[in-house]
Ligand binder design. Structure first.
Ligand code: 6PG
Ligand code: NI
Length: 189
């Protein structure tokens, strides 16, 4: 039988989806080595704050389908580094993605395996394109929740390994009530 059409409701206040689908929650302990300031990490690990949640609409993971989800990235900092997602390449690296910002403000940072780096500011209404071959991470640079919708090919998959070992080219730090992109001293070290 052919796959049946269906719809999902976006909840404007929370950023959640209904039905909820597969929910991913990540706390500081799930990504503690990704932040620059290890003393700040240690000081926060007892509380182990919730950093982000992803509400996934469940569709088959193959090229016929389009995965789609919302990410709710909470406001906060580890030292002076803003809360962020882990970041990944797609497992099939030439799979692109579209992000549509619905709430709050943030930064979408991207890099290639060749070390090229790019960043885009996101605010409600911003539609950002992550081209094939670019790793992507989002950062909440505001003081309210940052929410965006994402859509990408069903077979893309996620590769976290390279970002876990290499890190991102730049870190997003608070500076003078705004943000600064600072070279990451441990990138590829
Ligand atoms: C994806 C999207 C996006 C992303 C979340 C959480 O490919 O699924 O880029 O939904 O997964 O924003 O970020 P991490 O997957 O990097 O933890
Ligand atoms: Ni992605």
């Amino acid at each position: 039988k052919i796959f049946q059409p269906f719809s999902t409701m976006y909840e404007f206040d929370s950023g959640a989806l209904n039905p909820q689908g597969k929910l991913i929650s990540r706390r500081l302990s799930d990504m503690s080595s990704m932040y620059q300031d290890s003393e700040a990490v240690q000081a926060l690990l007892n509380d182990n704050p919730l950093i982000y949640e992803v509400y996934n609409v469940e569709v088959p993971e193959n090229e016929e389908h389009i995965q789609h989800c919302t990410t709710i990235l909470y406001p906060g900092k580890v030292g002076s580094e803003f809360f962020m997602t882990k970041g990944h390449y797609h497992e099939i690296i030439n799979r692109a993605e579209i992000y549509f910002c619905l709430k709050g403000k943030g930064l979408l940072i991207m890099q290639t395996k060749e070390g090229e780096f790019s960043s885009l500011e996101m605010e409600p209404g911003t539609i950002a394109y992550v081209p094939p071959y670019w790793a992507h991470r989002t950062v909440n640079t505001g003081d309210e929740t940052f929410v965006f919708f994402a859509a990408y090919p069903g077979d893309a998959g996620h590769d976290y390994g390279l970002i876990e070992t290499e890190g991102f080219v730049k870190a997003v730090m608070e500076q003078a009530e705004k943000y600064a992109l600072v070279a990451n001293p441990s990138y590829r070290k």
